[in-house]
Design a protein around this ligand. Structure first.
Ligand SMILES: Cc1ncc(COP(=O)(O)O)c(C=O)c1O
Length: 384
């Protein structure tokens, strides 16, 4: 089947957060992690069918949904899970916040590495925990954890380590060795791991496979809460459906207890779409990956030709993390908005001077954005 990623629907004037931000301005929206593509036909068919039933009352996850997910995790990652380990969530950010409330006590320390998707920094604070960050290190063409620093940052009050794998924004899909080092540190210091794997279906590098950290062994599985969702891979974040995989019954109870009374169920359309995506969305996903690979190459090449900007190869996600510090701009986001390109601000991820570019869009739009960035960088008055 042919999927037309070159001609996505026009989102101007729709309910799109991404496009609404710059409504009425000639600024191409390359910011929030939301692709411009329509959902896969199998997902749209499932939604039509569900709507045609007509009744949209209170729903619970269909029996077949857990089966679709367990089969997909086994098929895609070789991860055999028990359907009883699943906890349904209305979104993954809710999951990050729930886990912060579920583990430890107010005042305890939560660790993560920056740059990082902003809710990793806000969720501990919203739960009266202290967040401690260690910097990821740029090692030539990729970002890596600094395990020594992580080890030294841990205190007796440390309870939770929040991992993002594949990583937003640096685009890494961490290797077995890297994950093993993280797991060893968690075991040595008795930390629970919250592993956000929402981007696991978006590994672009043909040499790399996503490894759920909970797959490393039984001991690590027992201390891990894995968060997943179909929303990034199949571009359905507007449907609000995610899940946690928690094999340890005590941890699972803690997660469920932290949800009581404040976390709504996922919605019935989200369930229908999620099942269709995991069961039948693989063909679309493969085509998407082919398309995104070419987009990633274009971004890499274009940025290499822009003096003062640099980026690393994106192994996974549709997000490029760009170092703009050498340009010494007072407001890098504003600079590129003035040039007609809307990017995410690195400061929100804990790294001022950086920018994040979303290339999950039609290639013609991406090329135009890259051209505008190129022209703006070259035309810039260099401070003397
Ligand atoms: C790492 C990561 N986690 C979670 C989310 C959002 O998840 P949700 O929309 O299910 O709350 C995103 C969205 O960009 C993300 O990149």
């Amino acid at each position: 089947m042919i999927f037309d990623f070159d001609h996505p629907p026009d989102r101007r004037g729709s309910d799109s957060v991404k496009w609404g931000k710059y409504a009425g301005r000639d600024v191409l929206p390359m910011w929030v992690a939301d692709m411009d593509f329509a959902a896969p036909p199998c997902v749209l068919d499932a939604l039509h069918q569900r709507v045609d039933h007509g009744v949209l009352g209170c729903g619970s996850p269909p029996m077949s949904l857990a089966g679709a997910i367990t089969e997909a995790l086994e098929r895609d990652h070789g991860w055999a899970i028990n359907p009883d380990w699943l906890v349904w969530l209305p979104g993954l950010v809710s999951g990050l916040n729930i886990v912060c409330r579920a583990i430890g006590e107010p005042g305890d320390q939560v660790l993560t590495a920056v740059p990082i998707y902003p809710p990793f920094l806000s969720a501990p604070r919203y739960s009266q925990r202290r967040v401690t960050t260690v910097d990821l290190r740029r090692a030539e063409s990729r970002w890596v954890w600094d395990f020594g620093r992580l080890d030294r940052a841990i205190t007796p009050g440390s309870r939770l380590l929040m991992l993002c794998n594949p990583h937003n924004p640096v685009g890494r899909a961490f290797s077995r060795d890297e994950l093993t080092s993280i797991a060893q540190i968690a075991e040595r210091h008795d930390l629970v791991i919250c592993s956000d794997e929402i981007h696991c279906g978006l590994v672009l590098d043909e040499e790399i496979r996503h490894i759920p950290i909970a797959m490393l062994g039984e001991a690590i599985a027992q201390r891990t809460i894995t968060l997943m969702a179909p929303s990034k891979t199949w571009n359905i974040p507007g449907l609000g459906c995610a899940f946690a995989v928690v094999s340890n019954p005590k941890l699972r109870r803690q997660v469920l207890d932290a949800m009581h009374g404040i976390v709504p169920h996922a919605n019935v359309l989200g369930y229908a779409a999620t099942e269709a995506a995991y069961r039948d969305g693989e063909g679309w996903r493969r085509k998407l990956i082919e398309y995104l690979r070419v987009n990633a190459d274009r971004v890499e090449q274009a940025i290499a030709g822009m003096p003062g900007l640099s980026t690393c190869r994106v192994e996974a996600t549709y997000l490029a993390w760009i170092d703009a510090r050498p340009l010494a701009l007072r407001d890098p986001v504003r600079f590129f908005e003035d040039a007609g390109v809307g990017l995410s601000n690195g400061a929100d991820f804990g790294s001022p001077g950086y920018l994040r570019l979303n290339f999950g869009c039609a290639r013609s739009l991406l090329d135009l954005a890259l051209q505008r960035m190129h022209d703006a960088v070259l035309a810039r008055d260099v401070p003397t």
